[in-house]
Design a binder for this molecule. Sequence first.
Ligand code: PPE
Length: 305
Amino acid sequence: MINKTDKIWMDGKFVNWDDAKVHVLSHSLHYGLGVFEGIRCYDTQDGPAVFRLDEHVNRLFQSAKIFLLEIPFSPDEIKQAIIQTIKINSIKECYIRPIAFIGYGAMGLYPKGNPINVVIAVWPWGAYLGEEGLNNGIRVKISSFIRNHVNSNMCRGKISGYYVNSQLAKKEAISNGYDEALLLDTSGFVSEGSGENIFIVRNGILKTTPLTSILEGITRDSVIEIAKDLGIVALQERFTRDEVYISDEAFFTGTAAEITPIREVDNRVIGEGKAGPITKKLQNAFFEIVKGRVPKYKKWLTYVS
Ligand code: PPE
């Protein structure tokens, strides 16, 4: 069950959590076109700080642009609303979910004139794939479902409807006794997890999927930059599932998943079957950064107060 907070920002006003309702004929509920973000706010020594707020809000507006949705607020207004939502709920660490969707009005596939509603909610959300997974790694299954084709669903957008594909993959993985799914693209190369990007390590070199069939993950981008700083080469090139099987280390990245080690894929143990040394190094650096303990990376934090 989700952990409730007090207030949700809806179209410019705060409403009580339990009153944040929409009509059952809201267009996006039926047809899946909503653009959203997942952002985290961390408790730091200087108070709560949002990780890479600008990049997340930019991506929200880019998703809207790709899908021709007019968000009736400016990026600055959305950033301010996010900060205010954290403040009003007096919360130190939370997950932040802004979503813009097509509201109640016409039905059918050409909803001319329907309002675009915008909502921002925050709630506490711990380790996405479990504390144990975050520390010791998770078990992954290559999905029988293929990630979206670039011309049926444009992957630069973070769109509600795309997560139908993700849910199919996730359900399949869990019902087969795994923790998470790894999807391939339409050419058979590795794409991404149901809600994460993937990295592998072979011979000390980091590799992640290029930006084709995947969401342009902000954690992915952060890891690439941190790796460069640590002197670790990070390649962005296609790779196949068998390369994952024989990798020395593998991990998922995402706002919710943070940096989650992968210890097994399709019953092949990865490396030593636990978080590998490069994964640990990146994970430690990441948590130091989000907690505001690395001056150089304070540029990625927006302090709430
Ligand atoms: N790929 C997908 C498909 C994806 O959903 C996410 C985030 C990522 C990659 C990583 O992107 P980024 O968060 O910018 O590093 N998934 C979000 C939704 C999770 C959910 O269950 O809801 C998230 O992590 O917030």
